[in-house]
Design a protein around this ligand. Structure first.
Ligand SMILES: [Zn+2]
Ligand SMILES: [Zn+2]
Length: 88
């Protein structure tokens, strides 16, 4: 069972374990329950090691900002491996 947590980037208010409600690979917009400011959470599952990484932005990220996100466990990027041939 993954227990993911993240902090509001504005006031560091802690959120945890509510992420099972959140879909992986989509931007989720929050209004902080502590400071009422907006922030954005993205959950990505690594293609290589299957670890889940939580990324938090204090504002809506650009596609460039999303593109540079990397796995917190193995450091690989989350670019879809569409060039890789499945060679089972
Ligand atoms: Zn906050
Ligand atoms: Zn990884």
């Amino acid at each position: 069972m993954n227990v993911l947590n993240f902090h509001c980037p504005h006031c560091q208010h802690e959120y945890k374990d509510e992420l099972e409600l959140l879909d992986e690979g989509e931007l989720h917009h929050f209004n902080c329950e502590a400071c009422a400011k907006h922030f954005v959470v993205l959950i990505k599952e690594c293609f290589k090691c299957a670890a889940e990484t939580v990324i938090v932005w204090p504002d809506t990220p650009t596609s460039e900002e999303v593109a540079v996100v990397a796995c917190s466990a193995c450091g690989s990027s989350f670019v879809e491996p569409e060039d890789l041939e499945e060679d089972t």
